[in-house]
Design a protein around this ligand. Structure first.
Ligand SMILES: [Zn+2]
Length: 206
């Protein structure tokens, strides 16, 4: 299904309202995008309140993350979005959030990945049909150099074609989908799993 720019803009604005209301995109953090065409995406501009986005807060970029609207500046992390659209042509939406759960769990987990097992909600991800099928989520160390971070991410994606999302340590979550609805389901499922995992770990230390 193809959507017009107006429809995709509305999807991004509504996603922002939902994600801000859940507390997953505080203090102008986070960024969201949707594929506009084979080689263009719509992306949130830098530094806007994500619960109050308007049409003017969204710009088109090419797949190298270059703004196609010179008066608008894309988010610093635009490259991490376009990387995903380049990686798989089926990806139609990418959501990046800065939740407390993603931030805390990625800080206390020392390993370079978290494996979720025995959670029924793992089945929210395409291709996972049982709680016994593990969901592997990589954690990349935070880096202000997006090109360098993108290289790390690409290495993982190349060897994990079914990867539905990743964490950046002390920073947040990236996930995506074949539609905005799909990407939003992934965010909710990830947030549920991250919160459960934190609670399980907290109980174990009691
Ligand atoms: Zn971020």
């Amino acid at each position: 299904m193809t959507f017009t720019r107006e429809q995709l803009t509305e999807q991004i604005i509504q996603a922002g309202q939902f994600l801000y209301a859940r507390g997953w995109s505080p203090a102008t953090s986070s960024n969201y995008s949707a594929r506009l065409s084979t080689n263009q995406v719509l992306l949130t501009v830098s530094g806007k309140h994500k619960g109050q986005l308007s049409e003017d807060d969204i710009l088109a970029t090419d797949l190298q993350a270059k703004s196609l609207e010179p008066h608008k500046k894309p988010s610093a992390e635009a490259l991490l979005h376009t990387q995903l659209y380049n990686w798989q042509s089926s990806i139609q939406a990418v959501l990046h959030t800065h939740s407390v759960n993603a931030t805390v769990l990625s800080r206390i987990e020392q390993a370079a990945q978290i494996e979720f097992t025995d959670y029924e909600l793992q089945k929210a991800f395409n291709g996972i049909e049982s709680h016994e099928q593990p969901l592997l989520v990589p954690i990349f160390d935070n880096d202000q150099d997006m090109s360098r971070l993108a290289v790390q991410v690409q290495q993982w994606l190349d060897s994990h074609p079914d990867c539905p999302g990743y964490l950046i340590r002390g920073h947040g979550l990236y996930t995506w989908g074949v539609s905005m609805q799909d990407a939003l389901r992934h965010i909710e499922a990830f947030e549920f799993l991250l919160e459960c995992e934190l609670k399980v770990r907290a109980c174990k230390t009691l």
